[in-house]
Design a protein around this ligand. Structure first.
Ligand code: GDG
Length: 482
């Protein structure tokens, strides 16, 4: 019997104030929906987990927590362990080292990377605040699962004070090649890798990320490895791949909801006789929005026969809008949308329908179902759940996925039309091919991808990770008794 402690940068909910009205809102995003789906599953109910704890930074005050959250906690099937952090410190840790240093570097944007020692100091300080919050309540059988690049030092900090603890770590973004990783100052890269090596199991989305990590550990820390087993400071640490899945039924069954059906009918009526190309992404330079628009514009030029007959619904979700690298890009994207529309629109047709907002789930589901083509072309992406959600949502397996070969998801979704996101000709050709693809071919490709997503869904992902974590502990014990 064990307690499962999930640790992520943020808690999975926030507190909204609207005048006197206070409400709790569940956050959206890949990790939250993955873990919530697992918590609600039979697999979790039938497991030996006695209690679920979720630790993360609170984006509400201590007073809000005591007054608003605690009385409603029994609504949640986990115990929340909030960390309250001074705003200036959080900014240097989150906007600073996490999102202006690690995020661009790990997504192969070295020119955007900012190197500031006070960012790294804030990052270390916040990681140690997590450790200090957890250590006093830690029990010997606890299973700790730490998520993502904001907390890479934490496994090592916990290991130093709790040598026998069971600690798993999962990186949701790419682990870059050693040639990129090595550009970090020596002290930082050693600390980051030592931090990760505090875990028993370090998980990644793809084979390549595992290889990159193992090579970096070998080159930077001089650790010995045999494939994915690393021997470090007399302890076995495993690195392995766990490509995150989705809650398949949530998307494949969404079409049964009356509201989703109504929204879908409305979209079909409004765009009768036109094909719909759809995309939804956070506003992030890694998502390749500009290249995507240029690719679509090139397509319209190359294929005038599709003018008036196709619309591109480009949905952009606000994100990190207090970092300059993000706000600048919003303006250039909006200028490009308006220049394409200015150039090609007619009285009865506007080629790009651009929205800058977070869509309610039912609307997202209706758009997934209505789309003839999903155009998902990040310049780099750890996995990309939108691609998987689209595949699960298609009605009667009709629809075509165009996917960047630089997204982690490309290594599983081989039946998509894979493109190089910066190659306009390639993107344009793929759009033309997708729009003309015969229905039997669409179905055949979708069926193969759907099968894979059904087989390895989000529940399998969690179970697989936790099982492997427990196996590593068993192997370590065997090594020690030898
Ligand atoms: C990391 C990695 C990796 C998006 N817009 C709306 C909306 N979403 C939902 C999607 C999907 C999620 O947010 C975004 O998925 P990503 O895969 O891009 O995940 P992130 O959380 O951004 O990032 C990524 C992932 O972790 C998981 O490991 O795949 O590579 O960067 O679930 O559906 N949901 C709603 N409205 C929107 O407008 N309701």
């Amino acid at each position: 019997m064990a307690r499962l402690i999930i640790i992520s940068n943020r808690l999975p909910f926030s507190v909204d104030h609207d005048g006197d009205q206070v409400s709790i809102r569940q956050s959206s995003g890949g990790l939250v929906s993955a873990i919530k789906s697992y918590f609600e599953s039979d697999a979790a109910k039938n497991s030996n987990i006695t209690e679920k704890i979720w630790m993360g930074v609170a984006d509400f005050s201590r007073e809000d927590f005591d007054r608003e959250v605690v009385p409603k906690l029994d609504k949640y099937d986990f115990t929340a362990l909030p960390i309250f952090i001074d705003k200036a410190l959080y900014k240097d840790y989150y906007n600073g080292f996490s999102n202006s240093t690690l995020w661009p570097l790990f997504h192969y944007f070295p020119s955007v990377v900012e190197y500031h020692s006070h960012y790294f100091e804030a990052y270390s300080k916040v990681n140690s605040l997590f450790a200090e919050t957890l250590l006093p309540i830690l029990q010997p059988d606890d299973v700790i699962w730490i998520h993502d690049y904001q907390l890479m030092l934490l496994p090592g900090m916990l290991r130093a004070r709790a040598p026998k603890a069971t600690i798993g770590f999962f990186l949701h973004i790419p682990f870059p090649s050693y040639e990129i990783f090595r550009t970090l100052p020596t002290d930082w890269k050693m600390n980051l890798l030592r931090g990760l090596m505090g875990a028993d199991l370090v998980g990644f989305h793809t084979y390549d990320y595992v290889e990159h990590f193992v090579q970096s550990v070998r080159m930077v820390l001089g650790a010995d490895n045999s494939f994915r087993s690393i021997q470090y400071q007399n302890r076995l640490v495993k690195a392995d791949l766990f490509p995150i899945g989705i809650d398949y039924k949530k998307f494949s069954n969404a079409g049964n909801e009356p509201e989703v059906q109504e929204l879908r009918a409305e979209v079909q009526k409004n765009f009768e006789g036109k094909k719909i190309i759809f995309s939804v992404d956070r506003l992030d330079y890694t998502k390749g929005l500009m290249d995507r628009l240029i690719g679509f514009e090139y397509f319209l030029n190359q294929h005038p026969e599709w003018q008036e007959r196709v619309v591109f619904m480009l949905n952009v979700v606000p994100s990190r809008d207090d970092i300059i690298a993000y706000t600048r890009r919003k303006r250039t994207i909006e200028e490009k949308v308006s220049s394409i529309n200015g150039k090609f629109s007619s009285i009865s047709w506007q080629p790009v329908i651009y929205r800058y907002m977070h869509l309610p789930f039912n609307e997202l589901a209706a758009l997934y179902q209505s789309a003839d083509v999903a155009l998902i072309t990040p310049l780099r992406d750890g996995m990309n759940l939108v691609a998987k959600e689209y595949v699960a949502s298609t009605v009667n397996q009709r629809g075509v996925l165009i996917l960047s070969e630089l997204a982690g998801a490309a290594s599983e979704l081989n039946e998509a039309l894979l493109v190089n996101p910066t190659d306009v000709q390639d993107v344009s050709n793929a759009i033309a091919r997708a729009l003309a693809m015969p229905i039997p071919e669409q179905k055949q490709r979708m069926a193969l991808m759907q099968k894979r997503l059904i087989d390895y869904d989000v529940i399998r992902w969690v179970n697989d990770f936790l099982d492997q974590l427990s196996n590593v502990k068993t192997e370590q014990n065997k090594q020690q008794t030898k």
